[in-house]
Design a binder for this molecule. Structure first.
Ligand code: NAP
Length: 498
């Protein structure tokens, strides 16, 4: 049986042995924080052969983060080198790789280790990978991401298409698209970035749009060399920029789901961008018929220019089926394409799955989550002692920086880990505390534009309630500043001699 290992010589004898699942932004952050406090008895199991999570997988042309780059960082590691307001996927990947390297996390990562099962044996967790390797851990922390498993719609005949086809998060860079006819199914954030990036490169691009999106027309802009130098020489200015962006976005996006006046302002700006589409027929096709903010806002300063190019065709008739040569819409028209991209999003409710979890008394995650992804404050699950999550269900939604959210959750988990180490206990959230917290969040979520705005989106669970919490980072920070001791059941943990 393997151990959650690495630098075990430094093990204090009281710190728990930890397995972290996933080497994305969350897993790396937890690794950094553990090392900063001298806890080195942990292993990060990563299914792929590289770290980086979202930014490893999403390498499609134009992939970039629509949260300002200076905010999309660990707060303790500002980056003076960003060249543009919004960072591109490869630069973001490099930043998080550098953080893992600089902070000594790389040796803790084991690649090609996809966790298949985690079973609690009454004392500790037995984690097994698909390849059949075993790890023992006192604590398991899942940082597996929420938008991770590609949603590949079941469109009749897709298998008959003879050209290359792939999901936006599995881009096949060996396919030459220059001058070719490309079909893009899906006009969310990914589809919009792909269309903007490739409109000039391909011979013809057909965007198959099922629902028009609200597009916030924020242009990207270079960060002048002088400013980058200033940030390098004067870290205080960079820290101030982080705080400024955090406050601005919290102000604008933090309560937008609940605050109609914030949304009215957003709609005004989106409509001003849309007004730049000259052809009234095209503009009508791009005009959403639901409230702004109901779906996650698409942020792009270049999409409306791209969609008006002669090489781009916006197809709004529904897709009937796919055949050898392309996509056939419900009006019977065949749209011939040489390659097909599914920018069709992710299975947002498959959180933790397909991993199988078995907690106390053999109860499975599927049993606990039969109806809903029940959890306590996004990080802990009843009946799953010492099993925690980062960016779990009911984390804040909207356009906030997920890095900031994960930092708050990590700070909270570190306090739970301290208690686990000091008191040598297993911590499980109480069911009553869990349901009190969860019903408060769900009541609030039902009042949001996500639920009432007249659209369908991946925010909603099967009951039509958003699985996101409409609170700002400021509110998240205060609600997760200190764990409520009595909300957890603490049972003595069997320990090994040091
Ligand atoms: P998405 O927002 O879920 O968009 C998927 C698109 O595919 C939608 O337009 C959807 O149409 C369409 N679609 C799904 N199934 C379809 C079908 N069977 N036929 C036709 N169209 C179909 O996915 P995404 O664009 O990959 O973005 C996912 C999330 O990732 C974003 O919301 C964002 O949180 C994140 N993201 C962030 C950035 C960033 O810059 N930070 C960039 C990319 C992605 P409907 O609207 O009709 O369902």
């Amino acid at each position: 049986m393997g151990r959650a290992r690495a630098d075990t010589t430094q093990r204090s004898g009281t710190t728990p042995r930890i397995v972290i699942i996933g080497a994305g932004i969350a897993g790396i952050l937890m690794g950094i924080k553990l090392r900063q406090r001298g806890w080195t008895d942990f292993t990060i199991l990563e299914k792929a052969d590289r770290l980086g999570g979202t930014w490893r997988e999403n390498q499609y042309p134009g992939a970039a983060c629509d949260v300002p780059a200076h905010l999309y960082v660990y707060s303790f590691a500002p980056n003076p080198a960003w060249r543009t307001r919004y960072a591109k996927a490869p630069e973001i990947w490099q930043y998080y790789h550098d953080q893992a390297e600089r902070n000594g996390v790389l040796p803790h990562i084991e690649y090609g280790k996809e966790v298949a099962t985690s079973e609690f044996d009454g004392t500790r967790w037995n984690v097994t990978t698909r390849e059949g390797e075993h790890y023992e851990a006192d604590v398991v922390i899942a940082g597996v991401g929420r938008l991770h498993q590609p949603n590949l719609p079941d469109i009749t005949g897709a298998e008959r298409f003879t050209g290359p086809k792939f999901h936006s998060s599995c881009w096949d860079h060996s396919v030459e698209l220059k001058g070719k006819r490309l079909g893009v199914i899906g006009g969310g954030s990914s589809g919009v970035q792909i269309v903007s990036a490739l409109a000039d490169e391909v011979g013809k691009l057909s965007l198959f749009q099922r629902t028009p999106q609200w597009v916030f027309p924020l242009p990207d802009a270079p960060i002048p060399l002088k400013k980058r130098l200033l940030y390098r020489l004067w870290p205080g200015a960079l820290a101030r920029q982080y705080r400024k962006l955090e406050a601005e976005i919290d102000d604008r996006a933090g309560r937008a789901a609940l605050d109609a006046s914030v949304r009215a302002e957003t709609a005004k700006l989106c409509n001003a961008g849309l007004a730049g589409v000259r052809d009234p027929e095209l503009r009508a096709k791009l005009t959403p018929h639901y409230e702004v903010g109901c779906k996650r806002l698409v942020i792009s300063g270049s999409f409306y220019d791209a969609i008006q190019k002669p090489s781009v065709d916006l197809v709004t008739e529904g897709i009937d089926h796919i055949e050898e040569r392309g996509v056939v819409t419900t009006d019977g028209k065949l749209h011939e394409v040489d390659a097909l991209v599914f920018a069709t999003g992710f299975k947002a409710h498959a959180f933790l799955r397909p991993m199988q979890l078995k907690g106390e008394g053999g109860v499975t995650l599927d049993e606990v989550w039969n109806d809903l992804p029940i959890n306590y404050r996004t990080v802990a699950i009843p009946h799953m002692p010492n099993f925690f999550m980062l960016n779990g269900p009911y984390s804040p939604g909207g356009s906030a920086s997920v890095v900031g959210i994960i930092e708050v959750q990590t700070g909270y988990l570190l306090q739970l880990l301290d208690r686990i180490a000091e008191d040598q206990v297993l911590l499980t959230p109480r069911e009553d505390a869990t349901s009190d917290w969860l019903s408060g969040v769900r009541d609030l979520a039902r009042q949001t534009v996500w639920a009432t705005g007249g659209c369908n989106s991946w925010y909603l669970d099967k009951t039509g309630t958003p699985a996101y919490n409409p609170i700002s980072i400021t509110e998240l920070k205060s609600s997760m500043a200190t764990p409520i001791r009595d909300d957890f059941i603490a049972t003595a943990r069997e320990t090994e001699p040091a």
